[in-house]
Design a protein around this ligand. Structure first.
Ligand code: AMP
Length: 121
């Protein structure tokens, strides 16, 4: 798999506003935030898309959600609410091919979360 932007953030080759790190994962602020809080939670293991997950990644994916829950609690928006989402491939708008959870909070979030790009075209 070719190296992505996020691998470079893990290796500190490019800067990011990192808010959390442990052995398995890293969380940093999204460079183009879509809500007052917009964090990306990524595994240190490079996995391109949800389609590339293997049985052995079961705990790792669970871990990403536990990090989301921990950050929500520590940052104080757990009770108000938040959204966790992972995009997969082109039609979902995935642009960085290293899986990442978006953690969005800090305002009422609309649903459904998408704009219909097909209709806009
Ligand atoms: P996705 O579209 O689901 O693949 O999400 C990729 C996200 O990465 C987008 O929300 C981008 O704003 C974000 N992003 C791209 N480059 C950077 C960067 N250097 N630092 C932080 N976030 C980034």
């Amino acid at each position: 798999m070719s190296e992505t932007l996020f691998s470079k953030i893990i290796k500190r080759e490019i800067p990011a506003d990192i808010v959390y790190e442990d052995d398995l994962s890293l969380a940093f602020k999204d460079i183009n935030p879509q809500a007052p809080v917009h964090l990306l939670i990524i595994p240190k293991k490079a996995i391109a898309t949800i389609n590339d997950l293997e049985e052995g990644d079961r705990e790792l994916v669970g871990h990403l959600f536990l990090v989301a829950s921990k950050l929500a609690r520590e940052m104080g928006f757990d009770d108000d609410g938040y959204r966790v989402v992972m995009n997969c491939n082109e039609q979902a708008g995935q642009t960085v091919f290293h899986i990442h959870l978006h953690l969005l909070a800090g305002k009422p979030l609309g649903w459904p979360p998408y704009t219909d790009r097909a209709k806009q075209a």
